[in-house]
Design a protein around this ligand. Structure first.
Ligand SMILES: [Zn+2]
Ligand SMILES: [Zn+2]
Length: 141
């Protein structure tokens, strides 16, 4: 498998499974050692043109186009996509069908990869209930 950073080199097989890094033992790695950071840097640099770091929360807030709910949008792979989803695909890989990319920080404009997690529609609903947003769907926050 070719390194996902775009350098064109072949990656090695993973020696061990590491769910945090997305490694599966015996399967090719997505990146050569250190290239994940290279990729992260390019994507974040691209985003940095239109993001502001919030020093209080460590959120990386999108200043580009957004939808009424506050989520940033960009043109990605030929279609209008949420910035946080595009970032996830770039850095972590494809999002399983029907899954959401949720915000730990509850800040829809935030595109800090460390504040994002994959959740099922059920997780997303539970998360909203825990945060008291269940009855405020579509409300601006
Ligand atoms: Zn590479
Ligand atoms: Zn955040």
């Amino acid at each position: 498998m070719q390194c996902a950073c775009g350098c064109g080199a072949e990656t090695k097989l993973a020696k061990a499974t590491n769910s945090q890094l997305g490694h599966i033992a015996g399967r090719p790695l997505k990146y050569l050692t250190g290239h994940y950071l290279r990729k992260l840097k390019t994507v974040v640099e691209r985003l940095n043109r239109t993001t502001t770091a919030n020093e209080m929360t460590a959120c990386l807030e999108w200043n580009g186009a957004s939808v009424p709910k506050g989520y940033g949008v960009l043109w990605y792979q030929g279609r209008q996509t949420y910035v946080h989803r595009a970032l996830w695909v770039e850095l972590r890989g494809e999002i399983p069908d029907g899954m959401f990319i949720c915000h730990h920080c509850d800040n829809p404009r935030c595109v800090n990869i460390n504040h994002l997690f994959v959740g099922s529609p059920k997780d997303n609903m539970l998360d909203m209930i825990q945060k008291g947003r269940a009855n405020f769907r579509g409300a601006r926050t």
